[in-house]
Design a protein around this ligand. Sequence first.
Ligand SMILES: Cc1cc2nc3c(=O)[nH]c(=O)nc-3n(C[C@H](O)[C@H](O)[C@H](O)COP(=O)(O)OP(=O)(O)OC[C@H]3O[C@@H](n4cnc5c(N)ncnc54)[C@H](O)[C@@H]3O)c2cc1C
Length: 393
Amino acid sequence: MDFQLTDEQKQIVDLVDELGRKEFAEKAARWDENHEYPWDNIHKLRKCDLLGMTIPEEYGGQGRPLIDAILAIETAAKYCGVTARVLVETNMGALGCVMAYGTDEQRKRVAGRILNEGDKPAIGMTEPEAGTALTDLQTRAEKNGNKYVINGTKHWITGGGISVTNLIFARFFDAGNDLGIGGILVDKGTPGFTFGTVERAMGLRGIPETELIFENCEVPDANVVVKADGIEGFKNLMYGYNGQRVGASAVALGIAQGAHNLAIDWMKKRKAFGRPISEFQGLQWMMAEGEIKLNAARLLIYRAACNARDLPNNVKLPYMDESSMAKAFTGHAAFEVVSESLQMFGAYGYSQDLPLERMLRDVRMFQIGGGTTEAQMNMISRSIFKRKFDLRN
Ligand SMILES: Cc1cc2nc3c(=O)[nH]c(=O)nc-3n(C[C@H](O)[C@H](O)[C@H](O)COP(=O)(O)OP(=O)(O)OC[C@H]3O[C@@H](n4cnc5c(N)ncnc54)[C@H](O)[C@@H]3O)c2cc1C
């Protein structure tokens, strides 16, 4: 067991940290206030070869292990949560499913868009009547010759309307027979695929959360990424999705670390009763607790990323139980750390003139999106008691 970063990993962290300090930090409020997608930052990340770092070399990427992308995500999130989220979705998420289960042509197409255009693939799972109970989803993909006809509505889809690549979870039918849940690619611009409500979200406002509407939307059967096959298709989609959960945890960790660092600097300068507030033991202990939470979260995240297991096509993605533990712990801990960091600033922390209130709104998401904390607890329990299928293996 080695807790040291390699020289190359240190270089990645230093590069992203420099971008964060010089570019991302000052623009973070702009994406939030204007609900603007952070294209400037995405172009920078693309030029620095940080988008799609995990894409194998044969598809134009660098084939870096997941942990390298996690380090970049965590570092970027200290300065800008939405930018870090783009790093997640260009390194894991739908990409993980496509790389593990897709065809060679799909892998080339999706990788090329990320690397050449900065496209952030979207993943369309949630429906108005199927969130945590995802297997209740009603979107239909019905076979018609060599095409699938898709009907249904997804909501709260990150990047909906911007992403060209959209991996849609649907219930597949052939000649009226329900084959189970599978995943299919639908490109932006396909006739019958439109966008509805854009949510008025609490935080992370630089990326739209959008309704995706499918009305007799025809896509070639060559777009099927994960075949519906009873429970197998759904299982495979979830295995492909585990990387996203670890990536999301790294965003939460980075936001919390960023807030914690701001609080430490402030506490050394801010005086009360003639002394810097960093000298009050009650506050020191709050910060010490924060330090423990951040380090515990980091260990869970790094373990889940490094302990990745083999999926088809030499793809390595985390185990379900380890990614759920990382997400459940970090989502909660990061929210507490940001809230306590804000507390150190008193009224200044509550003002939009400082980034703390935005960071608090942003970090709250990670107890909900990507599967709620309660859903993660259910999966961890399932893995302990081996109910249904063994999620770990
Ligand atoms: C900012 C943001 C971005 C998102 N991005 C995406 C995206 O890109 N793609 C996508 O597909 N979805 C996305 N989502 C949707 C997200 O995955 C769902 O919101 C989440 O899975 C919860 O579903 P729900 O909102 O329908 O809540 P519900 O499932 O209705 O849950 C309501 C409450 O009940 C609890 N609950 C439900 N079932 C159980 C149970 N069995 N045991 C204990 N508690 C339970 C939940 O934990 C929650 O607290 C996003 C959401 C947000 C907020």
